[in-house]
Design a binder for this molecule. Sequence first.
Ligand SMILES: Cc1cc2nc3c(=O)[nH]c(=O)nc-3n(C[C@H](O)[C@H](O)[C@H](O)COP(=O)(O)OP(=O)(O)OC[C@H]3O[C@@H](n4cnc5c(N)ncnc54)[C@H](O)[C@@H]3O)c2cc1C
Ligand code: FES
Ligand code: FES
Length: 1512
Amino acid sequence: MAARAPVEVAYEVAPPGIDLSVYRSSLVVYVNGARVDVPARESDVLLLDFLRARGLTGAKLGCGEGGCGACTVVISRHDAATGEARHTSVNACLMPLLAADGCDVTTVEGIGSTRTELHPVQQRMAEMHGAQCGFCTPGIVMAMYALFLNNPKAPVELIEESMDGNLCRCTGYRPIWDAAKSLCADAHREPAGAEAATQAERCVTCPHKDAAGQNGACSHAHAHDGGAGAGAGAGAGEIEACAMHARAAVRSVVSSTANKLAEMHAATPYHATKAAERDAARARLPPELAAPLGPLRVNAGRLVWWRPRALADALNLKAAFPHARVVVGNTEVGIEARFKGQAPAVVIATQDVPELRDAVFTERGLELGASAPLSSVAELCERCAHASAVCEAAAQMLRWFASNQIRNVACLGGNLATASPISDMNPLLAAAGATLEIASAARGARLVPVRGFFKAYRTVDLAPDELIVRVHVPHAAPRFEYIVPYKQARRREDDISIVTATLRARFEPTADGWVCADAALAFGGLAPTTVLARQAAASLVGERWCDATFERAAAALAREVRVPDGAPGGQAEYRGALATSFLFKFFVHTSLRLGEAKAEADASAARALAEGAAPTRAPLPAAPLIAAAERTAARSWVTEPKPATSGTQTYAERLRPLPGLEQDKYPDAAAPSHAANGNANGHGNGTAAAAAAAAPKSGQSGQSVPHAAANLHVTGEATYVDDIPQPSGLLHAALVGSQRAAARIVAVDATAARAMRGVVRILFHADLPGKNDLGPVVHDEECFAEAVVHSVGQVIGIVVATSVREAREAAAAVRVEYEELDQFDGGSTEGRPIISIDDAIRAGSFYAVTDHTLESGPAVEPLLATAGAIVVEGEFRLGGQEHFYLESNTTLAVPTEGGGLALHTSTQAVAKTQNLVAHVCAIPAHKVVCHMRRMGGGFGGKETRSVPFSCAVAVAAHLLRVPVRLSLERDVDMQISGQRHAFLAKYRAAVLPASSAAADGSTPPPKLLALDVQLFSNGGCALDLSGPVMDRAIFHLDSCYKWPALRVRGRVCRTHQAPHTAFRGFGGPQGMMVAEAIMEHLACAAHADPVAFRSANLYAQGDETHFGQKLELWNVPAAWEQLQQSAELAQRRAAVSRFNGEHSWRKRGIAIVPTKFGINFTAKFMNQGGALVHVYTDGTVLVSHGGTEMGQGLHTKVCQIVAHALDVPLSDVHIAETASDKVANSMPTAASMSNDLYAMAALDACEQILKRLAPVRKSLPPGAPLKAVAAKANFERVDLSAHGFFAVDDARCGYDWALEPPPRKPDGTPDNARRGLPFNYFTQGVAIAEVELDVLTGDHAVLRADLLVDVGSTINAPLDVGQIEGAFAQGVGLCTIEEVVWADDEHSWVQPRGRLLTRGPGAYKLPSFNDVPRDLRVGLMQRVANPFAVHSSKAVGEPPLFLGFSVFMALRDAVRAARVEHLGASAHAHFTLHSPATSERLRMACADRFARMAVELNGRGDVGSYVPKGSF
Ligand SMILES: Cc1cc2nc3c(=O)[nH]c(=O)nc-3n(C[C@H](O)[C@H](O)[C@H](O)COP(=O)(O)OP(=O)(O)OC[C@H]3O[C@@H](n4cnc5c(N)ncnc54)[C@H](O)[C@@H]3O)c2cc1C
Ligand code: FES
Ligand code: FES
């Protein structure tokens, strides 16, 4: 952020025409009902900063650009337009505090707390597992609160429409939907499309399926257990239990949205709660705010804020301060201030000026005040939609404009004046023929048609002294005039458009047919301004409405709005295709509407005739005939209601410790002692008698309980690093980052920055007290760059100042001179930074040390040449993925006595942080203590990449001996903290067709023969964890299929991107994605049914993987069959096929994928963990362990296991934080291993304590509680603390790549088993996804997803389900909408080369609420055990992520159907579809005539083989 110049105006002198005496000079602001005095000089801050500085840290800073909703609060103010109080959710990160004048701000702390009472919204969110890391949760709670405050009897449908302004990266949203819907007045009503699991479905997952009766139904009738079972914390769903389940000490839980809602409704809908009464009382504004306040003028130092209440004043102010910014919602100005350093010095806030504020419907049209909030405009348009086509269109477009929070403050005037080429409302206003009333004090009012308002890129016909006062939007003709908005964005909700349009046409009936009398085709996203396609429109006017007219207009439009290849914004051909596709949609839409009009008129005439009346009008002409299959072309998500979503979770819940389940099922499996379930009182020690003896205490292992911090999450009381109260003398830091990639640093000049206000110190590499080299494995990074920078954003120095703003302004003011770098550690940069994998391959830029080749079976080359084999060759590319943890990297470094340091940091790697901080500060490790209470998400992104930032701030705190905090801005974090690796796979693969027909005459699917793959990953400019990530990709390249011969070589490319790093799945998903892409290619080439082909080639129990590990406890084949049955795959594939035959422009696809995910760190030494358990004399227990809590519920599960071991209720066990002085030398929390490691370590500690307590226990009466035992033991000088330790069995971890020569079997083939076992066991699963694709736009929806996952015997089913659903959502994001874009050859319009374009929620799209599968069914496999992990459980964090790829394969299936129809391709023709399958890639792959037109116009070759650009 650049510094602002002091304002050079005499503020105390009234500008001409302004009566200063009526202006107030200070704000009136209430927070949570209490008035807060804000000195004028302290008022130039954002509302979020103001609240957080006051200790109200529930509202979080997630992005600072209005895109995530973490900062959501509710503002209540008097609405002069209605005379009533108005309550709206807003983004506190964009709202200036000065704009909150006259408001009562309600924060999450104001609605409920753990000390008093939770608000119903908070309560439901906590109980129904709506929070994992909890960072997004207060914002979501506040968005819901606003909704119910305004609509106490909100119906479910309204909820589906109202959560567009909040993102959650952890949960996958389904539990949040359920929590919100459970409060709805009609929650008892089953939402459309939400089917509770049928009896047959329940039986499919019933453990007694084997004893099934007729038709697959269980012979043990399921009975509702609405009593004791229903309330047992299973998400309060419907509990299904058959008699045998009960006896077996497990119950099968089928918990669907529908029955959860019914139950919650029975509990209490929001409007019937006491809180609703309290809220209603609070909704009455404090008396001071209940009437309009006078105008305001605040001199805040570097900013003067005027808030006039009369138009004359506003105009006089604009005349006096022509360069003042008009600010209403601040959603544009705030972004400019943040990203371009264009903070205004004088602001005129116009939302109280009546002429600008009011929005009304008149006979002539809409009169919309330029400052009216868009939400008010939307409400008006919705109310009047029936009366005017324009209102209907505006209401539809506004539903998809930004988010609720943005619409509540932003205005039309802001959208117009900003003149963004991708504005959504400007094309609508232009197409509608709207006129602007513009006024100035000097020249009065003038009218300007919107069509003439936009002059050039972000340049409008508005003089500096003018204001837009209002917008006149004329009504459309009452009959035969249609106006339809279209929008295509990367994501439907809260996204700016790629192309947006509003198309309008008026028709007249003639004897010759329908004639287009008038047309306006307005587009955004195709040129530097909103454009009207005048030639295309002219080609319509006066013409008969028919196919030929449309074709002429489409051709004219394609030429008129052609986006040249390489144009800024990219996606040139896609944008062109969208323009003609929208026109086609409009043609079909209007033709259908005209047809309906004729049908109605004919029916009315027929009725009249039947009644004997003479026809009064000539019959209407026939509309163009639209074939039934073409009709869905008219559909658009913009004009459709948001669909209902629902979910079902099915799992077994342990009622009692499992009596020897492992031995029952796997008599041969020698269960290691650590997998035992026994506890202090002998429960569950393997005997049925003991199992029957007693039920476990509340919350122990196996029971469904909410996340241990759930109540803290929902109340905003959960403390993250940035929420820690400021220590005295706290200073703030900002990083000086490189502006270039691959450059030599010639000079650094910090003179100007040092002189800036508030700057305390600026540090560079020369200031380091210790060593400058860093890195998690190899030290190939620098804390502060010395001579060379490798990537944009690389840290060169750190500024320490008295405020965050000052630190950031000074960091931006440091001048660095660079020089082109042409050598890159011996390799050539080709004179420019190496950005992509292709660049690196060309330049030969690899990390040689990580090169690994794995071969199994006979040599692949001869097999690939086998006579009769079907061989394919191809490549598959996968883009990277942003972690987008909601909490960015933050560290607070506090000097401690004796020259030590305490670090409070958001990291997955406590010990690594400690060690490297000691290294750069030159202090011993024992003087550095690293504390981590909780993270707002990590997903692997904080496994190593948080450490360099902690080191930088630690150096500052150490040198200055004062506390310093560094919290990275979202865009900085994204630019420099690394991502999931992009991959390129080049492969050759062969199958052998069956030599003879099966008994039934069918052709058996071909068998896999040989596979040869070269994997390349984009490692970035430092090694980080790229080596092990590649290794895991290599290990997962088989997915679940048996390849007789396989060779894979993995090479990590060294590029000038930020170092890429761990991300949930750690290369495993990439390996399996490649595997599935190859399977698909082979199925096509062999003309094989893809499902049967996969089934025929699945591994069987006992098979050996390509790395030589024998598959034990192999459950994938069973899950594969079970899920196909329960999801009715065969029937649904037939239905999809029928649908596709009947619809040309909508295609459905369905796919099934399996997964097996190896559990272990692949580095052997990392498979260890420690824990410290203290038992206190009151019987409560404090646990510390080496793992960190980032939302995955690790602490909850460890506590459950400890509670079980010590036989105490869960409430008696607590974990406060992770700290390097409690458990030393811990491994990063990663690889999904933490529960396996730390719960076992904690168990070890418990066992030690129990052993010491045994004699004491014997001396007490049987069943004595721990409190009594501990008190006595303490008296008898027995140690009540123990350090526990666990290491995975030596034989079950570690793979020695270095074993040379590679071991061979007697037949000469590689014996990879002798290199060791990389994995302890596999978490397994299967998913089926069904999607629907809009061929014309590339938009898609997941109609249904079924997941069946083997997580062993679950310790806490809802937490496991939460991990599965969250991982699935992340996996779907990875392969669909989450596209990373770098400034590379494919995107040369982004500069400088090597910069990341997708650096915030505006440009990078995570799945949002609307992306949840409409029907999501998650099941945990039952009666599966795992003797290799604690309590027979399995790791769950990463494995399900790959199941999201089922959506990619289903989309591929849909595209294939489109290509068959539109390109005339064979159903078996292979085509290229790289990941992610963005709307662009999907739409263009459909290769229809509109895609062809755009591709050919740009000379980009043949549409059938056209591949859109991408960053890999
Ligand atoms: C997260 C997010 C999502 C968004 N999504 C969308 C989207 O989906 N579609 C879309 O089109 N836009 C979107 N936007 C852009 C933005 O919200 C709109 O442009 C909005 O209409 C701006 O209104 P505002 O009141 O916030 O403008 P402000 O930021 O207050 O002002 C913007 C500009 O307009 C000028 N201005 C305002 N009123 C007047 C007036 N009466 N006379 C003269 N000048 C005036 C101001 O001086 C300033 O230059 C999004 C923005 C964000 C942050
Ligand atoms: S922090 Fe405000 S919307 Fe993200
Ligand atoms: S719980 Fe939503 S971001 Fe973590």
